[in-house]
Ligand binder design. Structure first.
Ligand code: PMP
Length: 457
């Protein structure tokens, strides 16, 4: 039974609150889940249910909920300097200190940060920045950006255009001109008949074909997530990134690595650039930099691009909340805690290997699971009708959504991307909590399998 308070919130929510990535009619029917508080790796809903947050919010609460020192720093910053801008030759200590701290964590050839309010805004910044860069170099024809199908780079006009989600492109007549998409390295779903190694190389070579088709003198940049997140945790075959690296070394184009999800420890390195040994010109950041305690994103800029900007006059771009003092202070405290708890090394050496091993041991043999894949503290379970042929369920059956609902009822947040179940818990999750996560995921799969069997009867 829903409490009166929950019912009241649900009615008001539907009447007045237009939600992101939500069908309003479906929300009205389902009622929606009202989350009221959180602590550590757990959230509580308005009905008092305790749920293990296997998605770290939206892949962002890396250090977990309820951190008193972040709240204290935030309160202090709000009283000291709640707002000032970083336009027109102004700055303030939190933005200065945070930029230096991020530069120290970033690959050695990257030493400047442009702050934004979100990952989407950071990718909008990237689009303008790379085109401005080529103008400064006297190559104004180099404007096209190559991205990948099923990529996610945000929801703003440039972000959604850079992304490769057909459902998003269909709304708002996207992509905008000057953005093209090549294949994603999704071996399990699209690589039938080829080894993972062969498929990885084939997908990477699409980058070279596209550069040659457009002409190197027309291409500004290639943008990619190290591991596609919202697209379904697509972990590329081992051959993919080394081949992309070879191609990027041959052509004079910029490389934007979108680390909004992978940044700040999720792979067991501070940045996946290190994990995959990549040398991007620009890195998109957001989410984990504040653990979601305050909104913030940014672009880490290489010396090569920063040196060019020094010659380009004013970069006519910026946001009121670029480097917001509250968010920057929160980010600094979040990064201090990450270091103090040595969390990235712990993820790399202890908890992530344990998570990946337990998911495979317990779930790979499950009759619904076609593949378990993942890196560090992010993983996916592909739900399939037939394991041998990788055959999917009909989309209208909504098997992934069913599994998500069973999971939440079992006390675990998993996200469904179609029929791919996603797991990306806070980095502070312990081994005992990983056991709890895996047990609950199995329970959700068992319940979903029972539904599938019933509908087959
Ligand atoms: N890039 C990637 C890889 C993302 O996963 C996201 C958000 N999920 C974004 C960009 C957009 O970030 P935001 O939602 O903060 O605008």
């Amino acid at each position: 039974m829903k409490s009166q308070q929950t019912q009241g919130w649900q009615a008001k929510d539907h009447a007045h609150h237009l939600h992101p990535f939500t069908d309003p009619k479906a929300l009205k029917q389902a009622g929606g889940r009202v989350i009221t508080r959180a602590d550590g790796v757990y959230i509580w809903d308005s009905q008092g249910n305790q749920i293990l947050d296997g998605m770290a919010g939206l892949w962002c609460v890396n250090m977990g909920y309820g951190l008193r020192s972040i709240a204290d720093v935030a309160a202090h910053q709000l009283l000291e300097l709640p707002y000032y801008n970083s336009f027109f030759q102004c700055s303030h200590p939190p933005a200065i200190e945070l930029a230096a701290e991020i530069a120290a964590l970033a690959p050695p050839h990257m030493n400047k940060v442009f702050f934004t309010g979100s990952g989407s805004e950071a990718n909008d910044t990237n689009l303008r920045l790379v085109r401005h860069y080529w103008d400064i170099q006297g190559k104004p024809e180099k404007k096209t950006i190559i991205s990948r199908h099923n990529a996610y780079h945000g929801s703003t006009v440039a972000g959604a255009s850079l992304g490769g989600m057909s459902g998003m492109h269909a709304q708002g007549d996207l992509p905008i001109p000057g953005i093209v998409h090549i294949a994603q390295p999704y071996w399990y779903g699209e690589g039938q008949g080829l080894s993972a190694e062969e498929f990885g190389i084939r997908c990477a070579r699409e980058l070279e074909s596209k550069i040659l088709e457009l002409g190197e003198d027309k291409v500004a940049a290639f943008i990619a997530e190290p591991i596609q997140g919202a697209g379904g945790v697509i972990v590329p075959p081992d051959s993919y990134w080394p081949e992309i690296k070879k191609i990027l070394a041959k052509y004079d184009i910029l490389f934007i690595l979108d680390e909004v999800i992978t940044g700040f420890g999720r792979t067991g390195c501070y940045f996946a650039a290190e994990y995959y040994d990549l040398e991007p010109d620009l890195i998109t950041i957001a989410k984990g930099m504040t653990s979601g305690y305050a909104p913030m994103g940014g672009v880490i800029v290489s010396d090569k691009v920063a040196d060019a900007l020094d010659k380009g006059g004013e970069f006519a771009h910026g946001y009121t909340y670029s480097g917001h003092p509250l968010s920057a202070a929160v980010a600094l405290e979040n990064l201090r805690l990450m270091k103090q708890q040595n969390i990235v090394a712990k993820v790399a050496e202890e908890t992530a290997p344990y998570l990946q091993q337990r998911l495979r041991q317990v779930l790979a043999q499950h009759p619904l699971v076609g593949e378990v894949r993942g890196v560090g503290m992010v993983a996916a379970l592909e739900l399939v009708a037939d394991k041998a042929s990788h055959q999917r369920f009909a989309a209208e059956l909504g098997v992934g959504t069913q599994c998500r609902e069973h999971s939440i009822a079992s006390g675990l947040v998993m996200r469904a991307v179609g029929d791919t179940m996603i797991i990306a818990p806070p980095l502070v999750i312990t081994q005992d909590q990983i056991d709890e996560l895996v047990t609950k995921a199995k329970q959700a799969l068992d319940m979903t399998y029972a539904d599938v069997q019933k509908s087959n009867d």
